[in-house]
Ligand binder design. Structure first.
Ligand code: FES
Length: 658
C-alpha cells in the first residue's frame, strides 16, 4: 500500500499514513487533536483544516491541494468563501500525496496554553500618547475668522499647556464635525505632545495601548490602560506564520524560495494581530468614545529580526546570509493604517530597535526590562524560545549573541514531543534505584500515580528537559548522552528499528494508545540545543575575560516552566549558585510594555541597542571545539562545583566535575 507523509502544524506532529486515509484519522494516529463533534460524519463542520501549499525545503515536502481527494458537496455546505480556497474538512479529505496541514486555533480540541501572563511592572506611567479634553470658544461673526484647527490648537495651548504642531490628515478632514458634535468640547489624542492623532466629540477618558510580543511560535498582546499602566486584557495565539516554517531560518528560506512568500507571511501575522486586537477589545465599553480596536491609540511591538522584517514586508534574505545585515537597526514609527493594523488608524506602531541580524527587538525588550547595564554582578540572561538569545555582562560592558537552538526546547523535533497543552507531560522524576518514573501531565492536578485518568499525549519542552536530566541522574544515559543498555529494566529497551529508548508512560496511561518514549534521537536533539546555548555563553565569557557567573536569568515564558536544577544538570548554562538562577517570565513582552508606558524607555532602548556589543558566535575559531565539549552532560571538561554539591545532597549516581 502506498504511504504518504503528513505534517500537522502548529504542533509539528508528522508521520506517514496509508493512501486514502482521511485527515481526521491521520491526525488521531499522530496524536493531533482536531475538534470533531459529529465524530467524523461530516455534519458538524468543526474539523476545518487548511492545506499549506508550496515546496517546504526544510521538510523536503511538496504539499499540494491536489494531493487530497476532491472537495465534496458535504464540505461545501460548511466552507465559507472567507475560509479561503485551501480549507477542507479533515474528516472528508483523503490523503493521496504528501501534505502539510495547518489546524486553525478554532479547530483544535486541546487548546494550546500560551504561557505568557503579564506580571506587575514597576515603572512610571509616562506614555507617548495622552488624551486631553478641551473646550473651544464658539466662533461668531463679530470676531476675526479663525479656523477650527487653529482654535483647537489655541485651546490645547491654554487649557492643557501643550503645543500641537500637526494633525493626522484624516483627523483634520473630520475635525469640524467632531467639534460640533461635541458641542465645542472635544477629547484630543496627542502623540508625543506634537501630533493630533484623534479627535473625539465630548469627554472620553479611557485611552488604551497594546504591547505585542511576536515570538517565532506564539504571539501575545497586552491591552493596557494608558492612564494606570495596568494590563486589562491579554490575547494570544500561535504565530500564524508557523506553517511557513517552524524556525527563523526556514521562514527566511520560504521567503526566498516562494514567490510572494514575504507578503503571504506578512499578511498572516497582520491578520493574526488584528484577530488578537478584536478579541482583547471586544468587551471594551468606552463612554462615548471609539469601540473595538479603534480604542487602541498606541502600539509597541517586539520580535526577532526575521519576524521584524517580514512584519514590515522587507525581504529577509540579507539577514539570512553572511554578514547578516538588517535593513534598519533603529526603532521605527509607522502609521497603523499603512500596515493595515486595525487600531486607531492615525496612531503609530512603534517597532523597537534591533541589535543585529539575529538579535532582534525582542532582545532589546529583554535588555530594557532586565537592565543588565545597571548591575554590578556578572549576569547571563538566557531568552529561550525557538531561538536562544543571550546577554552577558554588567554595568561596564554587555555582549549579546544568538544561538541556533532549534525548537527542541519547545517539544518540536522530539518524537513524542508536543507543545504545552493539556495532556503534555511537563514534569518528570525517575527513581535512580528502580528506574520507575513519576510524571505530571498538564491539566491534571497531581503526579500520574495519584490521578484516575492520566490521558498523557506527549511531552512538552519542560518535560523533556526534566526527563533527560532524570535519565542521566538515574544512569539510564551516560555523560555522552548514550543509553546504557546494560541497565536491566523493562523500560529501557530497543524500538522496532533497534534504537534505544526509555518508556516514560505505558500505552494504558495515555490517550493515544501507544507508549510514550524518549529515544536516542530525542536525547541528541536536546544535547544539540543545549550545547548551542552553553557554547554561546562560554565564548562570550571568554571574550569578556569572565571566570564565573554571579547570576543567571531565565527569560522567556519557557524559562519560567523549566526546572532550573534539571537545566543545570544538563549543562544548558555554566555553573552558578542555584539560588542565583531565576526566571523572570516573558521579559521581551515586559520590554514592549515598558516602551508602551514610558517614552524614556524608548530612548533607553534606542541607546542601549547601539551600546550592546553583538558577538557572532558561530564564526569564533573555538566554536566547534566548545560546541563538541558542551554536547556532554553537563560538559566534557568544565567544572560544576555548585551542581556537584546539589547532586551530592540528592545522592545521585552520576559524578560531576567539581
Ligand atoms: S468531524 Fe464533524 S464535520 Fe468533520
Amino acid at each position: 500500500m502506498t504511504r504518504h507523509r503528513v505534517i500537522f502544524q502548529p504542533s509539528g506532529r508528522r508521520g506517514e499514513v496509508e493512501d486514502g486515509t482521511n485527515l481526521l484519522d491521520a491526525a488521531r494516529n499522530l496524536g493531533v487533536d482536531i475538534e470533531s463533534i459529529c465524530g467524523g460524519k461530516g455534519t458538524c463542520g468543526k474539523c476545518k483544516v487548511r492545506v499549506e501549499e508550496g515546496f517546504f525545503e526544510k521538510d523536503s515536502m511538496d504539499s499540494r491541494m491536489g494531493h487530497l481527494s476532491p472537495l465534496t458537496g458535504q464540505e461545501m455546505k460548511f466552507l465559507k468563501p472567507s475560509d479561503g480556497p485551501a480549507m477542507r474538512l479533515a474528516c472528508a479529505a483523503q490523503v493521496h500525496g504528501d501534505v502539510k496541514i495547518f489546524v486553525p486555533e478554532k479547530s483544535r480540541a486541546g487548546k494550546q496554553i500560551v504561557r505568557k501572563a503579564a506580571k506587575e511592572l514597576s515603572i512610571a506611567v509616562e506614555p507617548a500618547v495622552r488624551k486631553y479634553f478641551v473646550e473651544l470658544a464658539k466662533p461668531s461673526l463679530n470676531e476675526p475668522i479663525t479656523g477650527d484647527f487653529e482654535r483647537l490648537r489655541e485651546a490645547l495651548r491654554r487649557q492643557a499647556g501643550v503645543d500641537a504642531l500637526s494633525m493626522d490628515f484624516p483627523v483634520l478632514r473630520d475635525l469640524q464635525d467632531a467639534i460640533r458634535k461635541g458641542n465645542w468640547g472635544v477629547t484630543v489624542t496627542l502623540w508625543k505632545g506634537r501630533e493630533i492623532i484623534k479627535v473625539e466629540p465630548g469627554f472620553v477618558e479611557a485611552a488604551y495601548g497594546l504591547a505585542v510580543d511576536v515570538g517565532t511560535t506564539t504571539v501575545v498582546g497586552y491591552l493596557t490602560d494608558l492612564a494606570t499602566g495596568k494590563v486589562v486584557n491579554t490575547g494570544s495565539m500561535m504565530n500564524p506564520q508557523v506553517p511557513y516554517g517552524e524556525d527563523v531560518m526556514s521562514r527566511i528560506t520560504y521567503a526566498m524560495t516562494n514567490e510572494g512568500g514575504v507578503q503571504r507571511m506578512q499578511k498572516a501575522i497582520i491578520d493574526g494581530l488584528n484577530e488578537i486586537i478584536a478579541n482583547v477589545t471586544k468587551d471594551l465599553r468606552i463612554n462615548g468614545g471609539a469601540s473595538g480596536g479603534e480604542a487602541i491609540v498606541d502600539l509597541t511591538i517586539v520580535f526577532n529580526t526575521a519576524m521584524h522584517h517580514i512584519f514590515l514586508g522587507f525581504n529577509p534574505e540579507h539577514i539570512g546570509r553572511s554578514p547578516f545585515i538588517p535593513a534598519i537597526q533603529h526603532g521605527i514609527g509607522i502609521k497603523a493604517r499603512d500596515l493595515g493594523i486595525k487600531i486607531n488608524p492615525g496612531s503609530y506602531i512603534y517597532v523597537l530597535p534591533i541589535e543585529a541580524g539575529f538579535v532582534g527587538a525582542d532582545n532589546v525588550g529583554v535588555l530594557i526590562a532586565e537592565e543588565p547595564y545597571n548591575m554590578d554582578e556578572n549576569v547571563l540572561i538566557i531568552d529561550i524560545g525557538t531561538n536562544g538569545e543571550l546577554l552577558l555582562g554588567n554595568r561596564t560592558r554587555v555582549c549579546s549573541t544568538s544561538c541556533a537552538t532549534g525548537p527542541a526546547f519547545e517539544g518540536a523535533q522530539i518524537k513524542m514531543g508536543m507543545r504545552a497543552a493539556p495532556g503534555a507531560i511537563e514534569k518528570v522524576r525517575i527513581d535512580p534505584a528502580t528506574k520507575e518514573p513519576l510524571y505530571k501531565v498538564i491539566g491534571k492536578e497531581d503526579w500520574h500515580t495519584r490521578v484516575e485518568k492520566i490521558d498523557a499525549k506527549g511531552i512538552c519542552g519542560s518535560g523533556i528537559i526534566d526527563a533527560i536530566a532524570e535519565m542521566y541522574k538515574a544512569g539510564i544515559i551516560d555523560k555522552s548522552g548514550k543509553f546504557d543498555m546494560t541497565v536491566k529494566n523493562r523500560r529501557v529497551r530497543r524500538d522496532h528499528d533497534g534504537k534505544p529508548e526509555y518508556v516514560l508512560a505505558w500505552a494504558g496511561e495515555t490517550s493515544i494508545g501507544t507508549d510514550i518514549t524518549i529515544n536516542q534521537g530525542d536525547v541528541r536533539a536536546l544535547q544539540l540545543a543545549k550545547a548551542a546555548l552553553y557554547a554561546g555563553a562560554k565564548l562570550m565569557m571568554q571574550k569578556m575575560g569572565m571566570e564565573k557567573l554571579d547570576k543567571v536569568i531565565l527569560a522567556g515564558a519557557f524559562g519560567s516552566y523549566i526546572d532550573k536544577e534539571a537545566a543545570m544538570t544538563l549543562g544548558m548554562f555554566p555553573d552558578c549558585e542555584i539560588d542565583k538562577v531565576y526566571a523572570v517570565g516573558n521579559a521581551a513582552g515586559d520590554g514592549a510594555r515598558m516602551a508602551l508606558l514610558n517614552t524614556s524607555k524608548r530612548d533607553e532602548a534606542e541607546q542601549r541597542a547601539r551600546w550592546v556589543e553583538f558577538v557572532e558566535i558561530a564564526v569564533e575559531p573555538n566554536f566547534e571545539r566548545e560546541f563538541m565539549q558542551a554536547m556532554h552532560l553537563p560538559h566534557m571538561k568544565d567544572r560544576f562545583p555548585n551542581l556537584k554539591k546539589l547532586l551530592e545532597k540528592a545522592a545521585s549516581p552520576v559524578v560531576i566535575n567539581g
